[in-house]
Unconditional design. Structure first.
Length: 306
């Protein structure tokens, strides 16, 4: 997820049991221009393997051209984002915008698979809109492009993030006897029991967790435990503070204090979700301009709740 699953957060997701990681999406044009921020988004530790670098774009030449620099970073696979609905991406035919032109999506995907030496996977949505071609109609053709796995978010482009993810269609793709590549389901999984239930009900090969992981890298551990038939582990406030502190420290080391302080604000609400009367602490966390002041607030949280 953009500005969320950066290097530092992925380290924690891996530590807490994520099986597979994917970078934030990275614009092919920016990679071809050698834009520093985009090149940095491709960095990962060996610890984070298996990892995919996710690319997006609307222009076939740009997408093909960026493969060289992506492959130089040596990820385990390359993931194409045909799912992002935001206007500045989809509006120009990238992300889920391409679902308005499925033949173009198939053509570009075929070219990418042909040129890439690494496995290529695709992340997409169930359709562009409720009256356009749905994933059950084009999943086989996508498979025929030579991709190694397909991830499906159960919403249309026009739904953006509203309503509920429609897992029935994901299940139908998975149960198509002609589909042999792994199918990963995605959408609205925020706890381990939902992950277990969705896997059981829809038979998918794996589950992608997005928003449910924000400020909650433990969700992967809880899923691993649930799949192994073990009970949830209670995460203490002390552990939450310590992991949040490590997250901030790694983010600062990786992208500098200013950016790290700003981006970490997206995680605090979930790190400390459910704590009684947390509002003043939360307000302090999102207002502090320096690392030092943030660490001081984290210390106060620990003292207050333990
Ligand atoms: C802030 C934000 C950024 C996202 N960035 C990406 C991205 O870069 N690449 C991607 O494939 N999906 C991205 N997504 C979509 C999520 O990966 C996921 O498909 C979607 O949120 C539904 O799953 P969830 O309910 O588990 O969050 C993003 C979502 C959010 C909320």
């Amino acid at each position: 997820m953009d500005d969320i699953t950066d290097y530092s957060f992925r380290e924690l997701c891996k530590e807490f049991g994520a099986d597979l990681l994917i970078t934030e999406f990275i614009a092919s044009e920016a990679l071809n221009r050698d834009a520093e921020k985009s090149i940095r988004k491709m960095r990962f530790s060996n610890n984070q393997r298996p990892i995919g670098i996710q690319i997006f774009g609307a222009d076939e030449d740009e997408l093909l051209c960026c493969l060289d620099v992506v492959e130089q970073a040596e990820p385990d696979f390359i993931d194409i984002n045909w799912g992002c609905p935001v206007r500045k991406v989809a509006g120009r035919g990238a992300g889920s915008g391409i679902l308005q032109d499925v033949p173009k999506m198939l053509r570009i995907t075929t070219s990418i698979v042909k040129k890439a030496t690494l496995p290529v996977t695709v992340k997409t949505r169930i359709a562009y809109s409720s009256d356009s071609m749905v994933v059950t109609d084009f999943a086989e053709a996508l498979q025929d492009t030579g991709i190694s796995a397909l991830s499906i978010h159960g919403r249309t482009k026009t739904q953006m993030y509203s309503g509920n993810a429609e897992w029935t269609l994901i299940g139908q793709v998975k149960s198509n006897p002609r589909i042999h590549i792994p199918i990963f389901g995605n959408g609205d999984i925020v706890c381990a029991s939902q992950a277990v239930e969705s896997k059981r009900r829809y038979g998918v090969d794996g589950i992608l967790i997005g928003r449910g992981a924000i400020g909650n890298p433990w969700i992967f551990e809880q899923c691993q435990r649930a799949f192994a038939g073990e009970p949830e582990r209670e995460i203490s406030v002390a552990e939450r503070v310590d992991v949040c502190r490590r997250h901030l420290q790694m983010a600062i080391d990786f992208k500098g204090e200013r950016t790290a302080i700003f981006e970490m604000r997206k995680h605090y609400g979930n790190y400390f979700r459910g704590l009684y009367n947390f509002k003043p602490f939360r307000q302090a966390l999102v207002a502090t301009p320096t690392a030092e002041a943030t660490y001081a607030v984290l210390d106060r949280i620990k003292e207050h709740y333990i």
